[in-house]
Design a protein. Sequence first.
Length: 186
Amino acid sequence: MITAIREVRRARRLTLGEVAARCVPPTTAQTIGRLETGTRTVSVGWLNRIALALEVEAADLVRLPDRADITVAAILDAAGVTAPRRQASVVPPRPDGDLVAVVVDQASGDYRSGDTLWCRRLAPPAFAQALGRDVLVPMPAGSFLFGRLLGLDPDRLTILPIGTGALHVLAVTPWLAVAEQLVRKL
Protein backbone atom coordinates (compact mmCIF):
# COMPACT_ATOMS: atom_id res chain seq x y z
CA MET A 1 0.00 0.00 0.00
CA ILE A 2 1.31 3.44 -0.92
CA THR A 3 0.70 6.04 1.78
CA ALA A 4 0.90 9.82 1.93
CA ILE A 5 1.83 9.92 5.61
CA ARG A 6 5.06 11.84 4.98
CA GLU A 7 3.38 14.40 2.69
CA VAL A 8 0.56 15.05 5.15
CA ARG A 9 2.97 15.25 8.09
CA ARG A 10 5.16 17.76 6.25
CA ALA A 11 2.14 19.77 5.12
CA ARG A 12 1.15 20.01 8.80
CA ARG A 13 4.76 21.04 9.58
CA LEU A 14 5.22 18.31 12.15
CA THR A 15 8.34 16.30 12.93
CA LEU A 16 8.40 12.53 13.21
CA GLY A 17 8.72 12.94 16.97
CA GLU A 18 5.71 15.24 17.21
CA VAL A 19 3.52 12.78 15.30
CA ALA A 20 4.81 9.92 17.42
CA ALA A 21 3.95 11.82 20.61
CA ARG A 22 0.44 12.62 19.32
CA CYS A 23 -0.33 8.95 18.62
CA VAL A 24 -2.55 7.16 21.12
CA PRO A 25 -0.77 5.40 22.67
CA PRO A 26 2.45 7.32 21.90
CA THR A 27 5.07 5.60 19.78
CA THR A 28 8.59 6.44 18.58
CA ALA A 29 9.76 8.72 15.80
CA GLN A 30 11.63 5.73 14.35
CA THR A 31 8.38 3.76 14.02
CA ILE A 32 6.64 6.65 12.26
CA GLY A 33 9.63 6.97 9.91
CA ARG A 34 9.48 3.28 9.05
CA LEU A 35 5.73 3.50 8.37
CA GLU A 36 6.30 6.55 6.13
CA THR A 37 9.02 4.89 4.05
CA GLY A 38 7.27 1.54 3.78
CA THR A 39 9.99 -0.40 5.61
CA ARG A 40 7.27 -1.38 8.07
CA THR A 41 3.81 -2.53 6.92
CA VAL A 42 1.05 -0.02 7.56
CA SER A 43 -1.98 -1.74 9.03
CA VAL A 44 -5.46 -0.24 9.30
CA GLY A 45 -4.81 0.23 13.02
CA TRP A 46 -1.66 2.24 12.34
CA LEU A 47 -3.43 4.31 9.67
CA ASN A 48 -6.15 5.19 12.16
CA ARG A 49 -3.64 6.11 14.89
CA ILE A 50 -1.57 8.29 12.58
CA ALA A 51 -4.66 9.91 11.02
CA LEU A 52 -5.87 10.87 14.49
CA ALA A 53 -2.43 12.30 15.31
CA LEU A 54 -2.39 14.31 12.07
CA GLU A 55 -6.04 15.37 12.45
CA VAL A 56 -7.09 13.93 9.07
CA GLU A 57 -9.15 10.95 7.99
CA ALA A 58 -7.35 7.65 7.46
CA ALA A 59 -8.45 7.67 3.79
CA ASP A 60 -6.42 10.87 3.31
CA LEU A 61 -3.26 8.90 4.11
CA VAL A 62 -3.78 6.30 1.39
CA ARG A 63 -2.96 6.94 -2.25
CA LEU A 64 -5.61 5.53 -4.51
CA PRO A 65 -5.13 5.18 -8.27
CA ASP A 66 -8.48 6.85 -9.02
CA ARG A 67 -7.94 9.87 -6.73
CA ALA A 68 -5.73 12.61 -8.10
CA ASP A 69 -3.84 14.62 -5.51
CA ILE A 70 -2.87 18.20 -6.34
CA THR A 71 0.82 19.11 -6.45
CA VAL A 72 1.89 21.96 -4.16
CA ALA A 73 3.65 24.48 -6.40
CA ALA A 74 4.34 27.22 -3.84
CA ILE A 75 4.11 28.08 -0.16
CA LEU A 76 2.77 31.47 0.90
CA ASP A 77 3.71 32.90 4.28
CA ALA A 78 4.38 36.29 5.87
CA ALA A 79 7.74 36.51 4.10
CA GLY A 80 6.24 35.95 0.64
CA VAL A 81 5.99 33.03 -1.76
CA THR A 82 8.60 30.28 -1.98
CA ALA A 83 8.89 26.97 -3.75
CA PRO A 84 8.46 23.95 -1.48
CA ARG A 85 11.74 22.43 -0.34
CA ARG A 86 10.39 18.94 -0.94
CA GLN A 87 7.74 17.61 -3.26
CA ALA A 88 4.32 17.83 -1.63
CA SER A 89 0.69 17.40 -2.56
CA VAL A 90 -2.73 18.11 -1.10
CA VAL A 91 -5.90 16.07 -1.27
CA PRO A 92 -8.86 17.77 -2.97
CA PRO A 93 -12.27 17.76 -1.26
CA ARG A 94 -13.68 14.27 -1.31
CA PRO A 95 -17.44 13.77 -1.26
CA ASP A 96 -19.02 11.43 1.24
CA GLY A 97 -22.55 10.63 2.34
CA ASP A 98 -22.71 13.32 5.03
CA LEU A 99 -21.57 16.19 2.80
CA VAL A 100 -23.82 18.56 0.86
CA ALA A 101 -22.72 21.54 -1.19
CA VAL A 102 -23.93 25.12 -1.25
CA VAL A 103 -23.07 27.00 -4.45
CA VAL A 104 -22.97 30.80 -4.17
CA ASP A 105 -24.66 32.32 -7.22
CA GLN A 106 -24.58 35.93 -6.01
CA ALA A 107 -22.23 37.48 -3.44
CA SER A 108 -23.68 37.49 0.08
CA GLY A 109 -21.87 38.39 3.30
CA ASP A 110 -18.35 36.96 3.20
CA TYR A 111 -19.16 34.68 0.27
CA ARG A 112 -18.42 35.55 -3.35
CA SER A 113 -20.21 34.53 -6.51
CA GLY A 114 -18.73 31.19 -7.65
CA ASP A 115 -17.83 29.98 -4.14
CA THR A 116 -18.74 26.44 -3.15
CA LEU A 117 -19.23 25.47 0.49
CA TRP A 118 -18.88 21.88 1.60
CA CYS A 119 -21.26 21.37 4.53
CA ARG A 120 -21.48 18.35 6.84
CA ARG A 121 -24.92 17.17 7.91
CA LEU A 122 -25.48 16.89 11.64
CA ALA A 123 -28.33 15.27 13.58
CA PRO A 124 -29.93 17.22 16.47
CA PRO A 125 -27.72 15.70 19.22
CA ALA A 126 -24.66 17.16 17.43
CA PHE A 127 -26.08 20.65 16.71
CA ALA A 128 -23.96 22.19 19.49
CA GLN A 129 -20.86 21.58 17.30
CA ALA A 130 -22.26 24.17 14.87
CA LEU A 131 -22.80 27.03 17.34
CA GLY A 132 -21.25 30.23 16.01
CA ARG A 133 -20.74 28.72 12.55
CA ASP A 134 -22.55 29.06 9.23
CA VAL A 135 -25.22 26.41 8.69
CA LEU A 136 -27.71 25.29 6.06
CA VAL A 137 -31.10 24.57 7.63
CA PRO A 138 -33.92 22.76 5.78
CA MET A 139 -37.26 24.57 5.87
CA PRO A 140 -40.78 23.51 4.89
CA ALA A 141 -41.72 23.07 1.22
CA GLY A 142 -38.16 22.24 0.14
CA SER A 143 -36.66 25.64 0.96
CA PHE A 144 -33.57 26.37 3.06
CA LEU A 145 -32.18 29.00 5.40
CA PHE A 146 -28.45 29.74 5.42
CA GLY A 147 -26.89 31.72 8.23
CA ARG A 148 -24.95 31.75 11.48
CA LEU A 149 -26.26 29.50 14.27
CA LEU A 150 -26.34 31.87 17.24
CA GLY A 151 -28.56 30.02 19.67
CA LEU A 152 -29.62 26.49 20.42
CA ASP A 153 -32.35 25.45 22.84
CA PRO A 154 -33.81 21.97 23.19
CA ASP A 155 -36.72 22.89 20.91
CA ARG A 156 -35.52 25.84 18.80
CA LEU A 157 -32.67 27.29 16.74
CA THR A 158 -31.69 30.96 16.42
CA ILE A 159 -30.18 31.79 13.03
CA LEU A 160 -28.78 35.10 11.75
CA PRO A 161 -29.09 35.01 7.93
CA ILE A 162 -25.99 35.84 5.87
CA GLY A 163 -26.02 39.40 4.58
CA THR A 164 -28.83 41.48 5.98
CA GLY A 165 -31.87 40.18 7.77
CA ALA A 166 -33.53 39.72 11.10
CA LEU A 167 -32.91 36.82 13.45
CA HIS A 168 -34.91 33.69 12.68
CA VAL A 169 -36.09 31.56 15.57
CA LEU A 170 -37.38 28.22 14.36
CA ALA A 171 -38.17 24.76 15.62
CA VAL A 172 -35.34 22.23 15.72
CA THR A 173 -35.08 20.52 12.33
CA PRO A 174 -34.27 16.85 11.62
CA TRP A 175 -30.80 17.92 10.45
CA LEU A 176 -28.66 20.90 9.63
CA ALA A 177 -25.40 21.12 7.72
CA VAL A 178 -22.45 23.07 9.10
CA ALA A 179 -20.06 24.79 6.65
CA GLU A 180 -16.77 22.94 6.78
CA GLN A 181 -14.76 23.96 3.75
CA LEU A 182 -14.84 26.89 1.32
CA VAL A 183 -13.71 26.32 -2.26
CA ARG A 184 -13.17 29.62 -4.02
CA LYS A 185 -12.29 30.21 -7.66
CA LEU A 186 -9.99 33.15 -8.22
